[in-house]
Every structure is written in C-alpha cells, then in structure tokens.
Design a protein around this ligand. Sequence first.
Ligand SMILES: Nc1ncnc2c1ncn2[C@@H]1O[C@H](COP(=O)(O)OP(=O)(O)OP(=O)(O)O)[C@@H](O)[C@H]1O
Ligand SMILES: [Mg+2]
Length: 197
Amino acid sequence: MLTKEIRQQYRQRRRALSPRQQTRNARLLQQRLDSLLAFRSRLKIGAYLAEQGEISLDLWIATTRQRVFVPKLYEPLEPRLRFAELTPQTRWQHNRFGIAEPVAHWGQTVHPRQLDIVLVPLMAFDRQGNRLGMGGGYYDRSLAFRCARKHWVRPRLIGVAHSCQQHPSLPYQPWDVPLDLILTEQEVINPAQRRNN
Ligand SMILES: Nc1ncnc2c1ncn2[C@@H]1O[C@H](COP(=O)(O)OP(=O)(O)OP(=O)(O)O)[C@@H](O)[C@H]1O
Ligand SMILES: [Mg+2]
C-alpha cells in the first residue's frame, strides 16, 4: 500500500470515531500519562492541541502539574517547530494552516531540545516505533537532531494515538524520526527493536 493510501485510511479512521469514543479515549490517555509521569513533576513537556480527530490532550493539559509547551511554526529558511509554554496569560492566533498557536516572539519559545518529553501527534504508528504524520515533515525536521544523537536522548519522543491508528508495518524514509514510546487509550507500547536509519 502506498504511503498516501495509508494516510487516507487512518485519516478516515480517526474521523470516524464518535464524540463519545473521543472523550473516552482522551480520559484513558490522560490516566496513562498521569501514571507514566507520576513520580516526576515540573517536567517540560511538548504537547499539541488536537486537530481532525487526533486524540485530545486537553483534559491532561488542564489538570497536569507538569510544564506544558505547545508548538509554534517558524519558517525562516525551512519550516520548523519551536515550543511556547502555556500560562494563564497565553493568547492564541492562527498560523497560515489555520492551526491555533500561542502569540509569542522567538525569545519566548524554546527549541525542542530544551524539552524533557515531546508528545507527538500522528496519523498512524506501528509497534516498531515508526510513525506517519500529516505529511508536512514538520516534526521530522524539528526533531531530526534526535537521530544524530546516540547516547543523549532528550527529549523522549512519545507518540500518542487512538489504538485504531496502529498499522502492521509502516514504510519509512531516512528522515523519519522514530518514537521512543507509544501511548494509546489501551496500552503503553515500548518499541522492541530500534531501527538504524
Ligand atoms: N530532516 C529533514 N530535512 C529536510 N526535509 C525533511 C526532513 N524531514 C522531512 N523532510 C521533508 O518533509 C517531507 C514530508 O515528510 P514526511 O512524509 O515524513 O512527513 P510526516 O512525517 O508525515 O510529517 P510530520 O513530521 O510533520 O508529522 C518529506 O518529503 C521530506 O522531504
Ligand atoms: Mg515522517
């Protein structure tokens, strides 16, 4: 199956979830995230605001004691994501894709290497830690530095998804950044075999 067709298939699956299933999955995910992070606090965590049927982190964001950062797109030469911390004062604007992001200037944002964990949205994942995103390469570009590092693995990349987004074995490209862990409403998946790009 072509990558394009896989994307289409999972896009439909995500969208087909009822509001009730979405809420249920978001609650279960929140519990999993809370237990995973139970013994840590004030970690710097990159999260996202769910779009188009992605599993929602809103509930977790609203209740966590961790420090939450959300992506903001910068396009100096090539597009990359930096992260702005959410505070009670955060104001929002839409970027050119219509995606909500915080109003913040460069100095108020951080490079992803300054985060402890990034919760990565996705279209499909497999149990080897491969992920397929929306096709823009934004996360891959912004997290590419993780591939070059062999020992210092920060931030940890945790893919979050509905369990129905699992694909048997995804095709991957040299630039695709693999996930360290995957969390769904059903389970925590520790990719068994790491691949080498
Ligand atoms: N590290 C990189 N440097 C330059 N270009 C890149 C890099 N990573 C990805 N790209 C470009 O981005 C395009 C889309 O990549 P890909 O299909 O893997 O997107 P994706 O993983 O679905 O998206 P995202 O990373 O935003 O979730 C590719 O055609 C590739 O040329
Ligand atoms: Mg990719």
